[in-house]
Ligand binder design. Structure first.
Ligand code: ZN
Length: 135
């Protein structure tokens, strides 16, 4: 029997910012690099999961975002050091801040995806909820 196309793996559901419960509905209305910023759906369009689990829920995503930022900055600093061997602090500051600004939308998006997919106790994938709705 063939697996239906919509049954996404955990990784592709994560990468495509899908609902953590059914892996079908989109988390975001807008694309990652849209000028007006990113907007989220209130509910999953497929299973109805409310994404903002409680008031202020997405404040926790700031910690995930912070962790992403630190990881990116440390990686960059090591990369610059290895690739250029420079000890000029302005080189580091310029590149790291530039990349941090460029990656801000990515961090914003994936900190929320991480929060919903990995960091929320009791929120898991329910394969039966990803079925097509019988009408
Ligand atoms: Zn859903």
């Amino acid at each position: 029997m063939e697996t239906p196309k919509y049954k996404l793996s955990a990784w592709s559901a994560f990468a495509n910012a899908k609902c953590p419960r059914c892996r079908r509905g989109d988390l975001f209305i807008t694309g990652m690099y849209e000028f007006k910023g990113q907007e989220m759906h209130k509910n999953c369009s497929h299973c109805g999961l409310v994404y903002e689990r409680e008031p202020g829920y997405f404040y926790v995503a700031m910690f995930a975002s912070y962790a992403l930022n630190v990881a990116e900055m440390v990686t960059l600093a090591v990369a610059i050091s290895v690739l250029t061997g420079s000890s000029n602090p302005w080189l580091y500051v310029t590149i790291i801040l530039g990349v941090a600004v460029a990656l801000a939308p990515f961090n914003y998006r994936y900190s929320r995806v991480m929060l919903l997919h990995w960091l929320t106790p009791g929120l898991h994938y329910h394969p039966e909820m990803s079925e097509d709705k019988a009408k």
